[in-house]
Ligand binder design. Structure first.
Ligand code: PLP
Length: 377
């Protein structure tokens, strides 16, 4: 199998030291006491990455597991939950909440813009009787970035617990869990962290844990029960055998990030230059504000078939970018400049191959996107 450059908004390229780490000999993680130390130290490093002192967990399952686990662990039958929705992942939280018997109330935003803080504040003045609220940091299918640094403290001030999906943002955007009062933040291995898919990482506040402990009904899941892990370190017991190689790789990836002190700045510069190049070429960006550092979402010019364009790019330039799904299927292209992808050489080659492919299908760019990108950096 010939693997293309995966310039998608996750999974992303995996760095060499992470790949090597994953090939090390494995211990028995249930019986080897040292592995409990390794797991705990890795959680501490993730806490540093999130700027939190809260409890951190690494769950064996892709990011969706974390979203479902947060909803499963917090929701009891009849609980009112506020779903802040301006995108596909934002709306998707509702499905998990309903599965566990919660009553969903939507706060719907414009899907081309970030959540309007004033409108949300006005909404909360009228109704703030919610057990918790969900919000997505970067809603990847459209690329909209929400200002969770403002949204979460505002919810918390109303006594509402906050659950944030930062899967596609953390590492490329500032994330300050304790300063911003985020009760549960969820991430995954395969976006900016640049490890292969397979793990969820999350942190949970004392308020979130207390809320789970005070439930009247048991959590209706074992795999999604965030309390099951409570005494793993003291008891030297994991609820299921941890995927050792995934965790060893994740540890290396997290250490890469902690050493990369300018990481958010690098993502920001790459994103700004990408957007400039795209605009100067005469293409349209999908969103109107709330631009993210991790993904650029571009409208497909009229008359071009998304799938044909992307296959041409892959076949002729060995570059894979993404389309989108749901209401955006066939309408936009997405370049993921996250983690290991967020380097000038990779992004400039991606823009070059996008340009050649667009021109093959008859769309003539008004500038040389690759040079424009590099000159803007
Ligand atoms: C990638 C992603 C997830 C994880 O979901 P998959 O589609 O299974 O990779 C969750 N939330 C957001 C915002 C994501 O971008």
């Amino acid at each position: 199998m010939k693997v293309p450059y995966i310039m998608t908004p996750g999974p992303t390229e995996v760095s060499e030291n992470v790949r090597f780490a994953r090939s090390r000999r494995c211990t028995n993680p249930d019986l080897d006491i040292e592995f409990y130390e390794f797991y705990k130290e890795t959680c501490n490093k993730i806490g540093k990455f999130f700027s939190t002192k809260n409890e951190v967990r690494i769950l064996g399952g892709e990011g969706i597991l974390g979203l479902e686990a947060a909803c499963a662990s917090l929701t009891e039958k009849g609980d009112r939950v506020l779903v802040i929705d301006n995108g596909i992942f934002g709306e998707g939280f509702a499905d998990f909440i309903k599965l566990y018997g919660g009553e969903v109330v939507f706060f719907k935003g414009n899907r081309k813009k970030q959540i309007d803080i004033k409108a949300l504040s006005a909404f909360l003045e009228k109704d703030s009787n919610f057990k918790y609220a969900t919000v997505v940091h970067c809603d990847t299918p459209s690329g909209v970035l929400n200002d969770i640094g403002k949204i979460c403290p505002m919810l918390k001030a109303k006594g509402i617990l906050t659950v944030v999906d930062s899967v596609a943002a953390m590492g490329g955007e500032t994330l300050r869990v304790d300063d911003w009062n985020i009760d549960i933040v969820i991430g995954a291995s395969q976006k900016c962290i640049s490890a292969p898919p397979g793990l969820t990482i999350l942190s949970m506040s004392n308020d979130a844990i207390e809320c789970m402990e005070k439930r009247k009904s048991p959590i209706a899941s074992f795999y999604c029960n965030l309390l099951v892990w409570k005494d793993y370190y003291k008891d030297k017991w994991f609820p299921y055998t941890p995927p050792v190689s995934d965790i060893v790789g994740l540890r290396e990836a997290i250490e890469n990030i902690l050493k990369d002190t300018g990481i958010v700045d690098r993502h920001h510069k790459i994103a700004v230059s990408t957007r400039n190049a795209v605009r100067e070429a005469g293409l349209n960006l999908y969103t109107e504000d709330g631009y993210s550092n991790t993904v650029t979402v571009i409208e497909i010019p009229d008359g071009i078939e998304d799938k044909n364009l992307r296959s041409f790019m892959k076949d002729n330039y060995n570059v894979m970018i993404a389309g989108s799904f749901g209401y955006l299927e066939g309408k936009v292209l997405r370049i993921g400049h996250m983690g290991e992808n967020a380097y000038p050489d990779k992004v400039s080659y991606t823009l070059h191959s996008l340009q050649k492919s667009l021109e093959h299908f008859g769309f003539i760019c008004k500038c040389d996107m690759s040079s424009c990108f590099l000159n803007n950096l």
